[in-house]
Design a protein around this ligand. Structure first.
Ligand code: ZN
Ligand code: ZN
Length: 68
Protein backbone atom coordinates (compact mmCIF):
# COMPACT_ATOMS: atom_id res chain seq x y z
CA UNK A 1 0.00 0.00 0.00
CA UNK A 2 1.33 3.35 -0.96
CA UNK A 3 -0.27 5.95 1.30
CA UNK A 4 1.77 9.02 0.48
CA UNK A 5 0.44 12.22 1.94
CA UNK A 6 1.50 15.55 0.59
CA UNK A 7 2.95 17.71 3.30
CA UNK A 8 5.08 20.83 3.25
CA UNK A 9 8.74 19.88 3.01
CA UNK A 10 9.69 23.06 4.85
CA UNK A 11 7.50 22.84 7.96
CA UNK A 12 5.59 19.55 7.62
CA UNK A 13 2.10 21.02 7.56
CA UNK A 14 -0.61 19.85 5.19
CA UNK A 15 -0.60 21.27 1.68
CA UNK A 16 -3.46 23.39 0.41
CA UNK A 17 -4.84 22.67 -3.07
CA UNK A 18 -6.31 25.59 -4.98
CA UNK A 19 -9.41 24.46 -6.86
CA UNK A 20 -9.77 27.44 -9.17
CA UNK A 21 -7.16 29.71 -10.78
CA UNK A 22 -8.55 32.52 -8.63
CA UNK A 23 -7.18 30.74 -5.58
CA UNK A 24 -3.70 30.27 -7.03
CA UNK A 25 -1.03 32.27 -5.28
CA UNK A 26 2.12 33.93 -6.51
CA UNK A 27 4.70 32.33 -4.27
CA UNK A 28 8.46 32.30 -4.17
CA UNK A 29 10.13 28.92 -4.40
CA UNK A 30 11.97 28.20 -1.16
CA UNK A 31 14.87 26.67 -3.06
CA UNK A 32 15.51 28.69 -6.24
CA UNK A 33 13.86 31.98 -5.23
CA UNK A 34 11.81 32.31 -8.43
CA UNK A 35 8.17 33.34 -8.29
CA UNK A 36 5.51 30.89 -9.47
CA UNK A 37 1.74 30.94 -9.71
CA UNK A 38 1.21 27.96 -7.44
CA UNK A 39 -1.89 25.79 -7.12
CA UNK A 40 -0.40 23.61 -4.37
CA UNK A 41 1.21 25.25 -1.39
CA UNK A 42 1.67 25.02 2.36
CA UNK A 43 -0.87 26.69 4.60
CA UNK A 44 2.04 28.87 5.72
CA UNK A 45 2.67 29.70 2.03
CA UNK A 46 5.86 27.76 1.63
CA UNK A 47 6.30 26.60 -1.93
CA UNK A 48 8.75 24.43 -3.85
CA UNK A 49 8.59 24.57 -7.63
CA UNK A 50 8.43 21.50 -9.87
CA UNK A 51 12.02 21.67 -11.08
CA UNK A 52 13.36 21.95 -7.53
CA UNK A 53 11.10 19.04 -6.53
CA UNK A 54 12.53 16.99 -9.40
CA UNK A 55 16.08 17.95 -8.57
CA UNK A 56 15.47 16.89 -4.99
CA UNK A 57 13.95 13.58 -6.07
CA UNK A 58 16.93 12.87 -8.31
CA UNK A 59 19.28 13.68 -5.45
CA UNK A 60 17.45 11.30 -3.13
CA UNK A 61 17.58 8.63 -5.82
CA UNK A 62 21.32 9.13 -6.26
CA UNK A 63 21.85 8.85 -2.53
CA UNK A 64 19.87 5.62 -2.43
CA UNK A 65 21.87 4.05 -5.25
CA UNK A 66 25.11 5.15 -3.62
CA UNK A 67 24.35 3.62 -0.25
CA UNK A 68 22.93 0.33 -1.51
ZN1 ZN B 1 5.23 24.98 5.26
ZN1 ZN C 1 12.49 26.24 -7.38
Amino acid sequence: MNDKKDICEICGKDLVYALTPKEYKDLTCEFCGKIFNANTFCEDFHYICDSCHQRKAIKIFENVTETT
